[in-house]
Write a protein that binds this ligand. Structure first.
Ligand SMILES: *Cc1c(COP(=O)(O)O)cnc(C)c1O
Length: 852
């Protein structure tokens, strides 16, 4: 019989054990092994059956067993200790509170918005890297004590589950969740009624959403759910799937996440009495509508006009972009945006916010499209990419929004992503090496293992590899059964993989730029590597393709077909349904983590960091984080054929480089053994990796950087805007308007450069730049007139410049002394920039006048 509807009955624990329920619903257990041990002890068999999910465990244990435990003083003492420990973790002062004692102006509240959160497989609400990164951000924020509240959507069917057809084609299924069976609480008012968020829809309709709260250590994660009785059926389905549906579906999701998200934060903070966020962090463009709702609040509640509200909102907003691929940017037809934000008449979504201003924020080259990344950048005074290289790429990609500026001056910085060590380091590694987290404070890696012998570390690596091999066998068998094979024909799966063989992992989503099939470029050569009699390698591959991407599915099929071949199937496997529960085994057990994206299209990449934390060595194209952290000894860099424009030739060249490295660099080192069987030179690279990367790749390092370089300055800027009844916001908006009017009339009449009166200046001698500048009615204090000197190429393009503000000598005359920085062909220019104490950089408005 099939149930008409599934639902979950929560367990009723005996009173003395009630704390287990708190311990199961606070997701800190996901990175706290002692709590996991406590649950395992409740019923080891059931614990294995529920795959280590405490909440499901509570529902599996028999009443008899509960009664025994309720009388077991020793167990009760451990439960009490765990409860105390969690309470202390949540209440004690941590890094953030100490930091707040040292510096002025840290925000008392931070809102963090993302369309997906990958905290644990027990809460499947993510598709891949972006979600897992957001999850790691919350965990590190919790460990550091940040006063952060996170917001997203709760999807009825998270991302899809992946299976394979007999011939290797990806099949999708969408398991539907029951929030009652997940570690979530419904946010209710004191009477127990759910708090509902309301969002206006066209033609007077209303979208309602309830709010679920997941508790991630100290951090509340609010997830909006449109499956509310009373919503029209189409609105009820808004939160059905992550990244499913058409553009219209998508924009409704993003309106709910952004506009509804701010309303949820307001309601929640009001309810529990915590400080409202002063800083809002938009994690990728999808959640960008949050800025518009905050504009509306200021217009409706504080009497500001749109421009003043915008100045204030921008100051308190941080925007992080995650994709260097233009096709990866979220865009909507302008008409669709107009449909929701009003066609010029009164509208219900954001009363008081003019539609044409909304549209201007998302404007791009194509007048018919609304660009969420552009809006994100225009609504945030601070923006960043997610690795040094990605920052550089983003500055080039978005420089059109700051016309007249060199890409180096485009105000997009970078904060390199990190991963949450306690989540991704294997437990044994932490036991052996100590907590790498400790090193973050001192800016160094895990040094705790200096006394640990190579032999001991190698033994651990081998244990982890062995555990992966077991998991691979289990999953390969299960996958074949799902593909329609009979148990009888699957004996061979017991000897898939070998715990002694060099194990390489490749797992990630399957967009084209990640080049899943690069390794298949020369199948004979790959076959030789796999089947080498003395120094074989084994390869584990996994990844999901977006359901609408048949190209990606075809790539998966190519890998599966190759892995199905009888002569290699024991050495290469494709494991379906890549998710956090599988990923863990791969990061623990692989000796080498392979990544071969098309540079520079990988914004950061984090899976290689998780491998490194466990002593895996990266073998990767120098893209994303690896471009920054590769040091010649912590792994290998696959040479890139960056300039080669023919993609086929580029793939050929790069795949040959990859095979070459595997044949002559990686495998010989792994199989070069001392008399004790330990690969000495390999282990020295492993040590170097753990010591060097152990602290750099930590999410706590990342979150600290966000605090110091984004949240703190944003909080200070927002407070300067708010002071004295939003005097700052009014002043800056007024300045911007004045600038707007005067700008076309600013003119650099003429300029000269002389050096000690000599016609041929020499290096190091100061040059004098003079200029006459008309300011179109602006006060000289309102602009910065600059002299710029640097190398000049044939076309006169300046590079490696030195910039000096020029002194105003009175009237239209300006003068500066600039040391000549370079020998050889040089040049100079003069420019005029806005100057105001409330600007984050002079480039902020994208306004500059250049001498011509
Ligand atoms: C870390 C992680 C990712 C992201 O890996 P990339 O290297 O950024 O592609 C994706 N999925 C899961 C399950 C992860 O744990």
């Amino acid at each position: 019989m099939r149930a008409v509807r599934r639902f979950t009955v929560r367990a009723q624990l005996p009173r003395p054990l009630a704390a287990l329920s708190t311990l199961a619903t606070n997701l800190r257990w996901t990175w706290h092994p002692p709590t996991q041990d406590l649950f395992a002890e409740v019923d080891p068999q059931a614990w294995a059956r529920v795959k280590g999910d405490p909440l499901r465990l509570l529902g599996e244990v028999s009443v008899e067993r509960w009664n025994v435990l309720a009388e077991d003083d020793d167990f009760l003492a451990r439960v009490a200790a765990a409860e105390d420990d969690l309470a202390r973790y949540c209440d004690d002062d941590r890094w953030y509170q100490r930091r707040a004692g040292e510096i002025e102006g840290l925000p008392a509240g931070i809102g963090y918005f993302s369309m997906e959160f990958g905290v644990t497989e027990a809460l499947p609400n993510y598709s891949g890297g972006l979600g897992v990164l957001a999850g790691d951000h919350l965990k590190a924020a919790s460990d550091l004590g940040l006063p952060l509240v996170a917001v997203g959507l709760l999807y009825r069917a998270g991302y899809f589950g992946q299976a394979l057809s007999r011939d290797g084609w990806q099949l999708e299924h969408y398991p539907v969740i029951d929030p009652r069976g997940l570690p979530l609480d419904l946010v209710t008012d004191p009477s127990g009624a759910p708090i509902l968020v309301h969002v206006g829809m066209p033609r007077g309709r209303v979208l309602r959403a309830k709010i679920w709260r997941a508790q991630v250590g100290r951090i509340p994660l609010l997830l909006l759910d449109s499956d509310v009785e009373g919503n029209d059926p189409d609105l009820r389905g808004i939160t059905d799937r992550l990244y499913g549906g058409d553009q219209d579906h998508r924009i409704k999701q993003e309106i709910l996440a952004g506009v509804g998200g701010v309303r949820a934060v307001r309601a929640y903070c009001g309810l529990v009495g915590t400080t409202q966020p002063e800083v809002f962090h938009t994690n990728e463009g999808h959640a960008g509508f949050l800025g518009l709702e905050r504009v509306r609040e200021l217009v409706a509640g504080d009497g500001l006009d749109f421009d003043q509200a915008l100045a204030s909102v921008r100051a308190g907003t941080v925007f992080t972009t995650h994709t260097p691929v233009p096709a990866g940017i979220d865009r909507f037809p302008v008409d669709l945006v107009r449909h929701y934000f009003g066609d010029g008449h009164e509208q219900d979504l954001l009363p008081g916010v003019p539609t044409h201003r909304v549209l201007a924020l998302g404007a791009e080259d194509n007048a018919n499209m609304f660009n969420m990344a552009n809006m994100g950048l225009r609504l945030a005074q601070r923006a960043n990419g997610v690795s040094a290289l990605h920052g550089e790429v983003s500055r080039k990609m978005f420089r059109g929004l700051w016309p007249g500026f060199d890409s180096a001056e485009v105000p997009i910085t970078s904060v390199t992503n990190g991963v949450h060590g306690p989540t991704w380091s294997s437990r044994e590694m932490i036991d052996l090496l100590g907590d790498p987290e400790q090193g973050v404070e001192h800016g160094e890696g895990a040094h705790g293992f200096e006394p640990v012998s190579d032999a001991r570390l190698w033994e651990l690596r081998s244990t982890l590899r062995g555990r992966l091999v077991d998991e691979v066998r289990r999953r390969v068998r299960a996958a074949w059964i799902e593909r329609g094979a009979a148990e009888l024909e699957l004996d061979w799966t017991d000897s898939v993989f070998d715990p002694e063989i060099l194990t390489i992992g490749f797992a990630r989503r399957v967009p084209t730029y990640k080049r899943l099939t690069l390794m298949l470029r020369d199948q004979d050569r790959l076959r030789k590597l796999l089947l080498d009699p003395k120094r074989p390698v084994q390869l584990v591959v996994a990844g999901k393709s977006h359901p609408a991407d048949d190209g990606g599915k075809a790539l998966i099929q190519q890998i599966v077909r190759f892995a199905d071949e009888a002569d290699v199937r024991h050495r290469i496997v494709f494991l379906p349904d890549y998710d956090m529960s599988m990923a863990r085994y791969l990061y623990w057990g692989c000796d080498v983590w392979l990544n071969n994206p098309l540079r520079p299209l990988e914004a950061c990449g984090t899976s290689g960091m998780k491998s490194a934390l466990n002593g895996g060595l990266n073998l990767s194209i120098r893209d994303g984080w690896w471009d920054e952290f590769y040091d010649g000894r912590n792994g290998w860099a696959i040479p890139t054929a960056d300039g080669v424009t023919d993609p086929v030739r580029r793939d050929d060249l790069e795949s040959q480089a990859l095979y070459g490295l595997l044949e002559s660099g990686v495998t010989p080192l792994f199989y070069e053994r001392g008399t004790d069987g330990v690969p000495q030179r390999w282990m020295s690279m492993v040590r170097h990796t753990l010591a060097g990367l152990g602290s750099k790749v930590q999410a706590s390092r990342m979150v600290r950087e966000y605090v110091e370089s984004c949240y703190l300055p944003a909080a200070r800027a927002a407070s300067a805007m708010r002071a004295d009844g939003y005097q700052g916001a009014r002043e800056l908006a007024g300045y911007r308007a004045r600038l707007q009017a005067a700008w076309p009339h600013i003119r650099i009449v003429d300029s000269t450069l002389t050096a000690d009166g000599e016609p041929a200046p020499s290096l190091g001698t100061p040059a004098t730049v003079r200029a006459r500048v008309e300011l179109g009615g602006l006060d000289p204090a309102e602009v910065d007139v600059q002299a710029v000197v640097g190398r000049a190429d044939e076309a006169g393009e300046l590079s490696d410049v030195v910039t000096r503000s020029m002194d105003h000598l009175g009237g239209v005359d300006y003068r500066a002394e600039v040391p000549l920085p370079h020998a050889g062909p040089s040049g100079y220019t003069v420019r005029v920039l806005p100057r105001h104490r409330l600007l984050s950089t002079p480039a902020e408005f994208g306004r500059v006048v250049l001498a011509d």
